[in-house]
Design a protein around this ligand. Structure first.
Ligand SMILES: C[S@@+](CC[C@H](N)C(=O)[O-])C[C@H]1O[C@@H](n2cnc3c(N)ncnc32)[C@H](O)[C@@H]1O
Length: 218
């Protein structure tokens, strides 16, 4: 186990070897993220969110946490004709890079960056999404949740990344003092999405932990 992996390294390595390599702009973005320490989804999580999207066949996707647009570009491949992704990002430098990547990939018609803090944007957001991917400030997931549920269609899927946060969520033995608040908030979040009357949730221990929630009818 290394600091970044909650699984044995050999398991992660093995899973990664099963994943086809990206080419073109996605490969470039992986290199950029690595060189500039931009946190993008782990390869096995990228594959998971991609395959889930293939199953959902979304027309409308909402993402919270764009960074350089890597996961948005990946998910754009799964959109139905005429579909779109709204992706929220608050950090200006990331927004500029993401816009450039979206332009290079010719995806300006299908990926729309909503600029600002998701805690302020979500309450005003309307519409209905088939698939919501949450990959932003871990301490805010609970604040995002009522909006995600409201904005997700029945039968839609909510995917939340980093829910096991370096294993700290699962055991106090790994918790470092300065992360105590985030850990408590993430545990509360997992408890709520696991026991919510409108959601059926499963937690998968790959990457940094991923929760997948299916929205039931009311
Ligand atoms: C882990 S990165 C997203 C990676 C991206 N999903 C990918 O895999 O390519 C998290 C991003 O969320 C943004 N972020 C964090 N909290 C946010 C918030 N409350 N509102 C909007 N953006 C936020 C950060 O600025 C950062 O760029």
């Amino acid at each position: 186990m290394t600091e970044d992996h909650i699984n044995y390294h050999y398991i992660t390595q093995y899973i990664r070897e099963t994943i086809p390599q990206n080419e073109g702009i996605l490969k470039e973005m992986e290199r950029y993220a690595y060189a500039h320490h931009v946190p993008i989804v782990h390869p096995e999580v990228a594959r998971l969110i991609f395959v889930i999207a293939r199953i959902v066949k979304p027309t409308d996707i909402l993402e919270i946490g764009t960074a350089i647009g890597y996961s948005a570009l990946l998910l754009a491949k799964t959109l139905k004709q005429g579909g779109k992704i709204d992706t929220i990002e608050r950090y200006g430098k990331m927004i500029d890079i993401a816009k450039e990547n979206i332009r290079k990939a010719n995806l300006e018609d299908s990926i729309n960056i909503i600029e600002g803090d998701a805690t302020e944007i979500l309450p005003a957001l309307e519409g209905e999404y088939d698939y919501i991917f949450v990959d932003a400030a871990k301490g805010k997931y609970m604040t995002f949740l009522p909006h995600c549920i409201r904005l997700l269609r029945e039968g839609g899927v909510l995917v939340s990344d980093n829910v096991l946060y370096k294993g700290m969520i699962a055991t106090d033995a790994l918790v470092v003092r300065r992360k105590k608040t985030i850990v408590k908030r993430m545990r509360d979040y997992l408890a709520v999405i696991s026991d919510h009357r409108q959601l059926e949730t499963t937690v998968i221990p790959i990457g940094d932990g991923v929760a997948i929630s299916y929205k039931l009818g009311s």
